[in-house]
Write a protein that binds this ligand. Structure first.
Ligand code: FES
Length: 111
């Protein structure tokens, strides 16, 4: 199990939930009632699932694909440790994962 901590945009802890290996971070976030729209449901066409990953956790994740990097270039409030929650799958090795929800999102599906 992975202990996933969701932080608000101001850095305060919002929710702490346990999730199973193989679960997609976007689904975990939805279940934890986080404000991530995920408008394209994971096909990397919207950037509304953008999260800012804790630096130490970010380094443990498999690298983003070129398609994910391209979409992150258009995400609002993107940082060096930004990822798309629809592209992160929890693994047995991830004991915890800290992510922050950005202050706002940009939906490229709506243009
Ligand atoms: Fe649209 Fe992740 S849900 S890019």
């Amino acid at each position: 199990m992975t202990l996933v901590r969701f932080y608000k945009a101001d850095g305060t802890l919002d929710r702490e939930v346990e999730a199973k290996p193989g679960q997609r971070l976007l689904d975990v976030a939805w279940k934890a009632k986080q404000p991530l729209e995920g408008a394209c449901e994971g096909v990397m066409a919207c950037s509304t699932c953008h999260v800012i990953v804790d630096k130490a956790d970010f380094e443990k994740l498999p690298p983003a694909s070129d398609e994910e990097e391209d979409m992150l270039d258009f995400a609002a409030h993107a940082t060096r440790t930004s990822r798309l929650a629809c592209q992160i799958f929890l693994t047995e090795e991830m004991k915890s994962l800290d992510v922050r929800i950005p202050p706002s999102a940009r939906n490229w599906l709506r243009g």
